[in-house]
Write a protein that binds this ligand. Structure first.
Ligand code: NAI
Length: 440
């Protein structure tokens, strides 16, 4: 059955409204874009289908898209990241929301199916579950996702539906990786703008946003003292860098594990210890995965860990800490605090898993601070407008955010922060483009 919305409890809306108001105070760039959208209505007649973490910041984005004239359908990009009060407030705002915290896998894909059945002109994804499910449906594939989806959509003309899509955007590294793989395999059917790869996204959101909010999630879940602890960060990408930097700032001794020699060297030169997980497993107090990869912490590592070690993940999917191994090694399991599950292993040691191994910053805290989502979602809003205007001229592939959008977001952010910068003099511009002049 197709519904107009599907949330936990509409009576939470007034609390959600206050949360959204708080986020809006810290998202001035997106509010500027909203003003522009309100006047110009660039998304008039457009249906946007979005699969994002349903947080107060996402609320500010979808309200901006609606102000631009779009009809917005929103489902969750993680079964545990929805802020129920925000979802309720958005329903009151006329957004079709299909999300609540604690969805089952079946409910998660049913929600995606609701968004698909709205026949979107533009998709916004975070992790690529919406785009991959739509493509699998259009290819007539029989998978767990498509079987669940069809219970909602029935037999729609998915070929017609996918042909209608002008383009999509992707918010995160893991989603971009999946979509690039689809493009390489010749399977991608419409253009995607990789919002993640905008400078004004990953340099701030992945690094400072995830860095801070991951520590926030660990502290809210455990209330441990980080000072003096050995924190092991797996992956020294933009997310790993931010986490390592902030953990060190809290007084932890940080060890980085990597597979990429350049990144490993960078971590070393940034002042961190670098070693393989097999060694780090023996000495770490807190383990944080941020690789976008599978089975980064597995049985052989868990068996070596100290009694009391804490395990969590900041990468997109709950596959980095391999939970089936933890389940297999455990003889007993109990929730000792909200979001903290204690596993007692056969060897007598106890390991603690936070937030079911899902994104610790979203499950155990509130996700990124609004200030960084201001830039990420400004890129989203402007990229959606770009796709509405140009999507039909672009062939199916994964594209960077146009440089003018990236730069505009940075300029607007500086302006909102009241920070001025220099401009090149005409002579400096000429100099930078020339080769003739050397030392004087
Ligand atoms: P990235 O590609 O810049 O970095 C990932 C790093 O992990 C790379 O340096 C890679 O060499 C390393 N790596 C891969 N396999 C490894 C292994 N087995 N052991 C050790 N290192 C390994 O990616 P980025 O932007 O740092 O994102 C990482 C993950 O975090 C992705 O899944 C992304 O979607 C997610 N993410 C999560 C956010 C959140 O709110 N929690 C926000 C932004 C991104």
């Amino acid at each position: 059955m197709v519904r107009e919305y599907w949330v936990k409890d509409l009576s939470l809306a007034s609390r959600g409204r206050l949360q959204i108001e708080w986020a809006e105070r810290h998202m001035p760039v997106l509010l500027r874009i909203r003003e522009m959208f309100e006047k110009e209505k660039p998304l008039k007649g457009i249906t946007v289908g979005a699969c994002l973490h349903v947080t107060k910041e996402t609320a500010v984005l979808v309200r901006t898209l609606k102000a631009g004239g779009a009809e917005v359908y929103l489902c969750a990009s993680n079964p545990l990241s929805t802020q129920d009060e925000v979802a309720a407030a958005l329903v009151e705002d006329g957004i079709h929301v299909f999300a609540w915290r604690g969805m089952s896998t079946e409910e998660y894909y049913s929600a995606i199916a609701h968004v698909i059945s709205a026949e979107p002109d533009v998709t916004i994804d975070d992790g690529a579950d919406l785009v991959t499910t739509l493509h699998k449906l259009a290819r007539g594939e029989k998978t767990m996702e498509t079987e669940i989806a069809k219970k909602v959509t029935g037999e729609l003309d998915f070929e017609k539906l996918i042909s209608k899509v002008r383009g999509g955007t992707e918010e995160t590294t893991t989603g971009v990786t999946r979509l690039r793989a689809m493009a390489r395999a010749g399977m991608l059917r419409y253009p995607i703008i990789a919002v993640n790869d905008a400078y004004t996204k990953y340099l701030f959101d992945n690094r400072y946003g995830t860095g801070q909010s991951t520590i926030d999630g660990i502290l809210r879940a455990t209330n441990i003292l980080l000072a003096g602890k050995v924190v092991v960060v797996a992956g020294y990408g933009w997310v790993g860098r931010g986490i390592a930097m902030r953990a060190r700032g809290m007084g932890a001794r940080v060890i980085v594990t990597e597979v990429n020699p350049i990144r490993a060297l960078e971590a070393l030169y940034d002042g961190f210890e670098v070693m393989p997980m097999s060694k780090a497993a023996e000495i770490g107090d807190v383990f944080i995965t941020a690789t976008g990869n599978i089975k980064v912490i597995r049985k052989e590592h868990m068996e070596k860990m100290k009694d009391g070690a804490i395990l969590c993940n900041a990468g997109h999917f709950n596959v980095e800490v391999w939970i089936p191994d933890l389940e297999e090694l455990a003889i007993e399991k109990r929730e000792i605090r909200p979001n903290v599950v204690e596993y007692r292993l056969k060897n007598g040691k106890r390991l603690y898993l936070l937030g079911e191994g899902r994104l610790v910053n979203l499950v155990c805290a509130e996700g990124h601070p609004s200030e960084v989502m201001d830039m990420s979602f400004a890129n989203q809003a402007l990229s959606v407008r770009y796709l509405v205007e140009h999507g039909k001229e672009m062939r199916p592939d994964v594209y960077r955010v146009p440089a003018e959008i990236d730069e505009l977001v940075a300029r607007l952010k500086l302006e909102c922060l009241g920070v001025e910068i220099d401009t090149l003099t005409p002579e400096q511009e000429r100099y930078l483009k020339s080769w003739e002049m050397g030392t004087i």
